[in-house]
Design a protein around this ligand. Structure first.
Ligand code: FAD
Length: 426
């Protein structure tokens, strides 16, 4: 049942039943089945089966603290599928960006705020996967995060340095024994107050991106203080403001020495943005699925409202745009997977081209998900804006997607730079 327990029922039993997770998954699958490889469709269905059972078993109303669910989700291998994690003896199949797309679709339909929160865990996992250097503690942390036993966050943004992330103020002072001392303040970290582990960026010299380092932090260490920020559009996600006061980082926790941090930061950005693109596509599908099911059942003036052009036509347009986004995002995922399988990692030129592509898809998808959530809620009337379904979660979460991972203007800036670079080649 899609209703949030304890609240007043506004939608009738029949429609609520049809808005069940199982039915919404079915709608999605009918849309995607012709375009997916069998292994990915099978994985999507397997993940969906897990979430249907999980929701039922735990009688979930989607008002709960979703962080408590992550260990069980991790056991099922559904925290991330970007890698097979052979290094941790997990050997996930299938894996890669297309598999990650499937994982996020299944997770988002179940609970959009959970999907975003787990996304930040993945952002902490990625740098550890690339920079573990076979060091025991790093592999241990990697395993804890991948299997959902622990949560992670990444700390880039600062109160005075948002879009201009490279010119950081948080400092890292190297000590004689190879350890570093961190001082400074970070802000807006997804999962910050729930994180057991954090990947933190800091500079040896304030405002000098060339001196940036990358550090793994155990949030139980002295010198780490976190406060929870209230972001009313995503009330169940814990977002933090962190203050570091003489926070000591032992040498084996230094993922990138001063000078390496900036490159490490940028290598993660394309992947982060593509992850956001997938989240946006999933949110748009989730909203459209709610509205399509609702509009096919809700009657006014003795006809199903979908049959009125004022409802059916805008829904059809949103459906077309979302399918369009999905097919292009899938194409990019498949290209990335192919390159990684072929070369072991993404070739440099491809990563450079991907920067503009990720910015293009991120900006278009963020706008689309917000429009889809608002328009679908609107087409559902009161049922779209009350708290009986996940529409309220979708309305809130889609409003922040243009900001995280680089704002709309920063994506436009990246794209306009790329246009200049291409012009110079003529
Ligand atoms: C829900 C949420 C989750 C987040 N999660 C994380 C996280 O996990 N880790 C993390 O480190 N950070 C995180 N962030 C921070 C996010 O990346 C920043 O909010 C973002 O980069 C913008 O920085 P800012 O908020 O300081 O805005 P500012 O940079 O101050 O921007 C304000 C406005 O000015 C515009 N602007 C700035 N510079 C330019 C320019 N050169 N040209 C044109 N316009 C410009 C911006 O586009 C924006 O409209 C999160 C943010 C949110 C809202």
């Amino acid at each position: 049942m899609a209703i949030k327990k304890g609240e007043v029922q506004c939608i009738n039993d029949e429609i609520l039943e049809k808005l069940s997770l199982k039915n919404r998954y079915k709608f999605l699958n009918y849309n995607l089945m012709s375009f997916l490889e069998k292994e990915h469709l099978d994985f999507l269905k397997k993940a969906q089966k897990f979430f249907i059972g999980f929701e039922k078993r735990n009688n979930i109303s989607h008002n709960e603290d979703f962080y408590e669910w992550i260990p069980e989700i991790g056991k099922e291998g559904l925290v991330t599928r970007l890698n097979n994690f052979e290094i941790l003896d997990l050997n996930y199949e299938p894996y890669g960006f297309t598999a990650e797309f499937m994982r996020i679709l299944a997770t988002d339909f179940f609970d959009p705020q959970l999907a975003m929160g787990m996304g930040a865990n993945v952002l902490a996992i990625n740098p550890l996967l690339v920079h573990h250097e076979d060091i025991e503690i790093r592999l241990k942390v990697l395993k804890e995060l991948v299997t959902g036993q622990k949560n992670g966050c990444i700390c880039i943004t600062e109160p005075e340095r948002g879009s201009d992330a490279v010119h950081m103020l948080t400092t890292s002072d190297q000590q004689e024994d190879g350890s570093f001392i961190l001082n400074g303040v970070k802000i807006y970290q997804t999962n910050g107050p729930k994180a057991d582990w954090a990947v933190v960026y800091a500079v040896s010299e304030q405002n000098s991106g060339n001196t940036m380092g990358q550090f793994l932090v155990d949030t139980s260490w002295n010198g780490w203080k976190v406060e929870r920020i209230n972001i009313p559009w995503t009330p169940r996600i814990y977002i933090g403001k962190e203050t570091f006061t003489n926070l000591r980082i032992p040498p084996e926790y230094v993922l990138g020495k001063p000078g390496q941090g900036r490159e490490h930061l940028f290598e993660g950005l394309n992947l982060e943005r593509l992850g956001i693109v997938i989240l946006n596509a999933a949110e748009a599908w989730n909203a459209i699925t709610h509205a399509v099911i609702y509009a096919n059942l809700r009657k006014q003036f003795d006809r199903e409202i979908l049959k009125y052009q004022g409802v059916g036509f805008p829904l059809a347009d949103l459906w077309a745009e979302t399918m369009n986004l999905t097919l292009s995002a899938l194409n990019v995922c498949q290209m990335v997977d192919k390159k990684v399988k072929q070369y072991g990692a993404l070739p440099k030129e491809f990563s450079l081209a991907l920067m503009a592509t990720a910015a293009q898809l991120k900006s278009i998808s963020a706008k689309l998900s917000q429009k889809a959530a608002y328009e679908c809620a609107n087409l559902m009337g009161g049922a779209g804006v009350c708290d009986n379904t996940l529409m309220q979660d979708l309305l809130g979460i889609t409003r922040i997607q243009e900001i995280g991972g680089g704002t709309r203007q920063i994506q436009q800036y990246i794209m306009s730079l790329a246009l200049r670079q291409i012009f110079k080649l003529l």
